[in-house]
Ligand binder design. Sequence first.
Ligand SMILES: Nc1ncnc2c1ncn2[C@@H]1O[C@H](COP(=O)(O)OP(=O)(O)OP(=O)(O)O)[C@@H](O)[C@H]1O
Length: 354
Amino acid sequence: MFGARLKDIRLSRKLKLKELAALTGIDVTLISRFERGDRMPTKNQLLLLSEQLGVSLAELKKEWLADKVVALLQYEPMAMEALQVAESRVEYLTSKKVHDAPQLSDELQAKLDRADDLRKRWRQAQPLGPSQLRRLHEFFDIEYTFESNRIEGNTLTLQETALVVNEGLTIGGKSMREHLEVINHSEAIGFVRDLVLGKEDLSRRVVMEIHRLILKEVDNENAGRHRKVPVRISGSDTELPQPYLLEKLMEDYFEYYELHSKRLHPIILSAEMHERLVSIHPFVDGNGRTSRLVMNLILMSRGYTRANIKGDTQSRLAYYRALQQVQKNANPDPFYHLVADEVIRSLEQHLELV
Ligand SMILES: Nc1ncnc2c1ncn2[C@@H]1O[C@H](COP(=O)(O)OP(=O)(O)OP(=O)(O)O)[C@@H](O)[C@H]1O
């Protein structure tokens, strides 16, 4: 217990109560109450006590926090269950170093610098004429829909995707679902573009709306709603959070964004928000497509062009492996590189066409 520990340390330092009070500036009766467990010090008082007693703040704080948890749970019949739930949340938050800025290698920093140079050139090329803009959109939107849906297993070719989106044609031998996936993804790109134009930032509403568009008519019951069942990612043994954790994890997700949106490089931020969303996996289906659109909303709203992660087998496996590196080894580096490479490639392609 905190009080007993505090008293032990004070006595081991051969200090009387009033001596510690004089050293810390904390009232003598208050310190006596701390030691009896009648009162708890504030964070500031904790710091003063640790400094004057020559004991690490972490050591004191551990006892202090444990007492707070006990005080909260001691008369609750569900105390042990609540602790288990809290434990997995805390594990998630600490493993992701939620509040730390990541360390970037020189190689990665060089890529970010290169992307920023290209972005500057892309900005200088603005504004584009309406017909040029339309051609660019047509070209890159179709390619993006094709690749993102290919990752998910959609079998329409690039040409077929273009025919469905541009001409409204139906492709013989392909399911209704595959057609809807193409149309929906294309609509979701339009939604993201409107957000960028209207300067609307990432938010819960935005994520839910992107997801709703992705699953519209394909699975209306789950479109724009969190899953209520446990899920697995096929071919991966990554443990995904139980449904009852989703609300809190999504709250943390948006809190992370708020805390980091102005601190991280936009490419790193977009990679983080992508990876975090797929690792929470809040939806029964469509998590990948939604997360890739979220990543692109972040990039586009900061003046970059879209990162288009490819759906061929080799690229898909590299993408999955990079995600797995974050989930299993808390190593985001390969995923940062992957996103940075795609942003650079995309900017180069856009610049070639203007
Ligand atoms: N360890 C992992 N291995 C593979 N995919 C992972 C992993 N962790 C997260 N994911 C993400 O999960 C997505 C698959 O989830 P889900 O099937 O819900 O999404 P989808 O949009 O329907 O499909 P897809 O993302 O394949 O297009 C992958 O695309 C990837 O973004």
